[in-house]
Design a protein around this ligand. Structure first.
Ligand SMILES: Cc1cc2nc3c(=O)[nH]c(=O)nc-3n(C[C@H](O)[C@H](O)[C@H](O)COP(=O)(O)OP(=O)(O)OC[C@H]3O[C@@H](n4cnc5c(N)ncnc54)[C@H](O)[C@@H]3O)c2cc1C
Length: 406
């Protein structure tokens, strides 16, 4: 089972009968492999990234040109299943080199409550984008990475069990969302007990000019509704901080009230609490580490941000400047250093549902002043600032190999 490459690397094989595949090739444009097409995988990789969405692609992108063989796997074809309303700060999309996927850009945020409508002129813009296109644009920047569809089900040490065989690598990253598939199962992190919000949206065809948010208990007692236009479709949804509150009926109602059809559903659980970003073998990035921001449920730019941080640590290992254990320690500490910011947002998330609606509307009016919006949104962006994407990561010498995974 496996071979060695340059003294420090990996094997990917399936029960000795594996057909050999050259999996280090470009991602094909096709739907997820089914049935007989799901042949066992065999390959070698230095870094195995499970989950090829925002977090996974940000990790792989950071390893481009490092000489590391990176294998990305996902249960679906890359970009096939949209995982969010796909709105993010424009500066982040530009910094990641994916501005071509932008569908619409907004300078204002409109917040609607039963008593007041507040229009906030943002100090930076938000853009909606096309998910499939963004994934493709990110993957194009991942030189040295390959992609395969495979469903991961668990892990023993640094070997990941998938429906296409066992995959091993010295460096393993879980970017598969809140389920944190590669963590030990006794963690028992399940809704409704786990700190997870519910999110559901519909994607009717149509156009709109405003990025709108509803803080209205007629839709959701603790949470908010949204309508994010994206050129020829609108993403209308409801998120509930309380996992016991079901959001299908309010989503359909909000869509109806906004004059939209409730069609093409997309939903998931959204983590609202930071988790440890590593364990003894694995790096966790994005929703698997609880990197989605509480209160706003913004998890794309944080998946990019922490994905870059993780990728930079992995790069140090590939480059021989760090061991895997050091990389886990450093990345874990980097993530944990943000805990107080996540906890502050969580406190506000818990406070807002307790504020009487009229008082909330009054407060919102006060918070819509240019000075306050500049100040608060400036701080908010700094939690995971796009400048981080452009900071020069110390680039390794291409071709250097992994130091022994300590
Ligand atoms: C309805 C809704 C709307 C949202 N809107 C926004 C928004 O507009 N802006 C924003 O910033 N955030 C938004 N979020 C939050 C955001 O979607 C997440 O925080 C973000 O997607 C996290 O990125 P990720 O890469 O960690 O995980 P994901 O994007 O969830 O990607 C996980 C990947 O892992 C794959 N995977 C899962 N299990 C397995 C397995 N067993 N084997 C192999 N692959 C697997 C999945 O197919 C997927 O590709 C929204 C969330 C919801 C639910």
């Amino acid at each position: 089972m496996g071979a060695s490459l340059g003294g420090a690397w990996v094997s990917v094989s399936a029960a000795g009968t594996a057909a050999q595949f050259d999996i280090f090739r470009h991602v094909p444009r096709r739907q997820t492999k089914r049935g007989a097409e799901r042949t066992p995988l065999a390959a070698d990789a230095d870094v195995l990234v499970c989950g090829a969405s925002f977090a996974g692609l940000a990790v792989a992108r950071e390893l481009a040109g490092s000489g590391a063989k990176v294998l990305l796997v996902d249960r679906y074809e890359m970009g096939e299943r949209q995982t969010s309303a796909c709105a993010a700060p424009t500066e982040w999309l530009e910094a990641m080199g994916v501005a071509d996927s932008i569908r619409q850009t907004f300078e204002d945020l409109v917040i609607r409550t039963p008593h007041v409508t507040a229009r906030m002129q943002l100090p930076w813009t938000f853009s909606t984008f096309d998910y499939a296109e963004l994934c493709e644009l990110l993957f194009r920047q991942c030189d040295g990475a390959s992609f395969e569809t495979a469903v991961a089900s668990g892990r023993t040490a640094n070997t990941v069990q998938t429906d296409r065989g066992e995959l091993s690598a010295p460096l393993v990253v879980d970017c598969m969302g809140w389920r944190r598939v590669l963590a030990s199962p006794e963690n028992g992190y399940q809704p409704p007990e786990a700190p997870l919000s519910r999110g559901l949206e519909v994607h009717p065809w149509g156009a709109g000019d405003e990025l709108e948010v509803w803080i209205d208990r007629r839709y959701v007692p603790a949470g908010y509704g949204w309508s994010f236009p994206a050129n020829d479709e609108v993403r209308v949804g409801v998120g509930s901080f309380d996992p016991r509150f079901h959001v299908k009926e309010p989503t359909v109602r909000l869509a109806g009230d906004a004059g939209r059809d409730a069609v093409r559903y997309q939903g998931n659980w959204i983590p609202h609490r930071l988790r440890t970003a590593t364990d003894e073998e694995v790096f966790y990035v994005g929703d698997s580490a609880g990197h989605c921001l509480p209160l706003t449920a913004e998890g794309i730019r944080t998946a990019f941000y922490f994905g870059i941080a993780c990728g930079r640590e992995l790069r140090r290992v590939v480059d021989g400047r760090s061991t895997a254990a050091e990389a886990r320690r450093r990345y874990s500490a980097f993530s944990a250093a943000h805990r107080w910011k996540f906890e502050s947002l969580l406190r506000v998330q818990r406070l807002i549902p307790r504020v009487p609606p009229r008082l909330l509307s009054l407060a919102l009016r006060g918070m819509s002043t240019t000075a306050f919006v500049r100040w608060s949104f400036g701080h908010y962006l700094r939690i995971a600032h796009p400048a981080y994407a452009q900071e020069l990561a110390a680039r390794p010498t291409p071709g250097t190999r992994l130091r022994a995974a300590a």
